[in-house]
Ligand binder design. Sequence first.
Ligand SMILES: Nc1ncnc2c1ncn2[C@@H]1O[C@H](COP(=O)(O)OP(=O)(O)OP(=O)(O)O)[C@@H](O)[C@H]1O
Ligand SMILES: [Mg+2]
Length: 601
Amino acid sequence: MSSFLRLLSFLRPYRKEVAGSTLLAVAAVGVGVAIPYLSGEAINAIRQGAAHRALHGHDLHRLQLYAGLIAAAVCLRWLLTVGRRLLGGRVSLGVEYDLRQLLFAHLQRLELAFFDASETGQLLSRLTVDLQAVRFFLGYGLVFLLQSAAWILFAAAALLAIDPALAGAALAPVPLVVLLARHYTRIARPALQEVQQRVAELTAEAEQAISGIRVVLAFAREQYLRSRFAARVEGVFQQAMKATRIEARYNPTLAFLPQLGITAVLLWGGEQVVQARLSLGAFTAFYFYLNMLIAPMRMLGVFLGLGQRAAASGARIFQLLDREPRQRKAPQPKPLPAGEGELCFKAVRLAVPREGLEGSEPGEEILHGVDLRIPGGSTFALIGPSGSGKSSLLALVARLYDPTAGRVLLDGVPVDALDLTALRSAVAYVAQEPFLFSATIAENIAYARPDASPAEIRRAAELAQAATFIERLPDGYQTRVGERGLTLSGGQRQRLAIARAILAQPRVLILDDATSALDATTERQLLAALADARPAPTVLLVAQRPSAVRFAQRVAVLEEGRVVAAGSHRQVAAASPFYRALFASQRGAGRAAQPVAGRAA
Ligand SMILES: Nc1ncnc2c1ncn2[C@@H]1O[C@H](COP(=O)(O)OP(=O)(O)OP(=O)(O)O)[C@@H](O)[C@H]1O
Ligand SMILES: [Mg+2]
């Protein structure tokens, strides 16, 4: 129930519209309720005319009057209904608009670890499918529900006014209907919530299959994938069938019970008309009212179902909204001090917990106490075996993750004391697998600074050794890249990502193995250009090739989450077998044996 009440709170900005559409709905019901009464009176007039075998004078006038009133009532009801639908649409779409913005803004506040542990499809389905269910109910369903209730009340009151005893017989099944409706809502909600969950799993499966289509095709796994997908579809089908069976049992029953009353009314009421204790007109009106009760009873069932679905979806939406961001925020964030981008890691430990929507689990420790100083204004290389924690260490600088213990300082200030936006604009991180948006090349490069001039964009592209290939493209900088940049080669993507980072004018430029897909010559040209132009005072790079490592003045070796050597090339060469092996492999290839600081020195 609580998620239901919470859903209602989203109607607050639309109080006026909701009140308006409720008013219109009740007015439409009021007008509608008059129609059987007027019909009854018209029939009485006809009957009296029939008794005289002619319709004239008083009877004719009465018939014309009632027919006219009925026509007017029908027209009025039509107008009221149009108005209600317009207002209802405004509410429904408004709630959808608000909720979508709210959810999206909330998603953006969550930390990276949340996304690590969440499936994209799960999140997307909450933003779309669940939102639809909620907005439809809040916009239309709720008013329909009220309208149906008003119909039932008004019609029941009219029945009682015409003949209380007959009304008693006709309304006898109603308490049963109410009990049944309550029972129905109780068992339907969990079933419907499970349907939504399985739809989300299906979405997640489809999302994976589509984004991983290259692997699927390359390994000819279509058949396997189809059977996995079929299992998901089957899961949705089975659960939806379960929910449908519940609905099928209860919904028609809710409509069927009041219909039983009709037979009783025909038998007993007919008798009373014949004995002249009830006019034919009143009996007809009674019969109409009773029939009028049936549709709203059925609608009540349908909209209670919609309400259950909305509550189920609402619960899923609130689960997301209630997932608090777990990244600490400095209460009084400090501005970035002046500096060249000196970085200090002090006893840094990191374990990335799994923190999705379904609780959290602590993760394995990746970094086990890292102490490292990276002098400002220098080029620094971080090397180490695959899986040693290099990317994880770099991710701490821009606070993509926060360390579980220890601290990271930028120019002497702990990064978690800094204003997060200021920190992130001072640090440009080029990830190991660069991500491009499906936009033009220029838009991708200018992502951090959309106001950058074409000349600045070109300059960044030149530094990143990307200008040549971009200019060869048919639309140059205006070429649209496919989703995730899949229409470009790996090395082209990497260079665009580097250009994007350069254009951000950071204090610290982090290249996480960001030149791995380039040929050795292009990599050398790129690093040389960076060393000359110095787009950032401090460059921190992870590299696998000695030629790239050589560009750094200082090196650190990370092994199994610990720094095992750090310092000048000579110091590290003396201390680290890993470093010696790296350069030895190159010596074997007949290159310069002596590791030396490169042009940046
Ligand atoms: N988001 C994460 N959540 C949990 N564990 C992670 C996460 N990212 C990485 N790991 C684990 O941390 C360890 C270090 O990973 P990391 O990516 O930092 O290595 P790396 O040194 O960058 O390796 P490579 O040279 O292959 O890029 C790995 O064992 C990996 O499984
Ligand atoms: Mg890595």
